[in-house]
Design a protein around this ligand. Structure first.
Ligand code: SF4
Ligand code: SF4
Length: 206
């Protein structure tokens, strides 16, 4: 291709519809299951869901979660389990928001909000501590001064859907496992979680 052909290609592109947006002035709507900054959820009675099992840390491909569990104080338990997450940290300089930690968590303690616009002045601030990650008394993510939240970023943070059957029961194959949240965040069931079959060739998406 001669250089004139190259100019023609470039010139023609000027009249095509743009696929890029002028971020940050223009922001595209986020999908319902967008992965952003994590939260550590609590039950309606205020108990923390994390039981300090470290499964999330074990599965994390970026090795950015640090958890230490401790026995619950008998007189003042933090979680309903035998143990609770005594230390919980996520290093956001490493996190790739793959959500494997969310998949691995047996109690749905860790889920993700849709907030991803945050920046830090030093490396230490990029390591979120448990105090920053745990939801407030209304079950909503705490908003840190260096974070930019938008409407809806804190909604549906705990409505994570599992594609496999809850508790391994075959009767629940294709059913959705929900985690309740404090008054909001429960999604409507979505379709398309079953394998295509002769009766349902599009896997429930039709
Ligand atoms: S989203 Fe992925 S990379 Fe980030 S903490 Fe969870 S498992 Fe690790
Ligand atoms: S967040 Fe979930 S997987 Fe991670 S330590 Fe707590 S209970 Fe275990």
């Amino acid at each position: 291709m001669g250089y004139l052909d190259g100019f023609r290609v470039t010139f023609n592109r000027l009249f095509e519809e743009r696929v890029t947006t002028e971020y940050p002035q223009e922001k595209r709507p986020k999908p319902e299951r967008f992965h952003g900054r994590h939260v550590l959820n609590r039950y309606e009675d205020g108990m923390e869901k994390c039981i300090g099992c470290e499964l999330c840390a074990g599965v994390c491909p970026a090795q950015c979660i640090y958890v230490r569990g401790a026995d619950n104080p008998i007189d003042d338990p933090v979680s309903p389990g035998e143990r609770f997450g005594y230390v919980y940290e996520i290093n956001y300089l490493r996190c790739i928001h793959c959500d494997l930690c969310v998949e691995a968590c047996p109690t749905e303690a860790i889920t993700e909000s849709k907030m991803f616009e945050f920046s830090f002045a030093n490396r230490q601030d990029a390591i979120y501590t448990k105090d920053e990650l745990v939801v407030d008394d209304d079950g909503k993510p705490q908003r840190q001064p260096w974070e930019l939240w938008h409407d809806g970023d804190d909604a549906l943070t705990s409505g994570w859907m599992r594609a496999t059957a809850p508790s391994g029961s075959a009767a629940h194959v294709g059913q959705v496992g929900w985690s309740g949240e404090l008054g909001y965040g429960v999604r409507s069931p979505e379709l398309g979680q079953t394998a295509p079959s002769d009766d349902d060739p599009d896997g429930g998406q039709g």
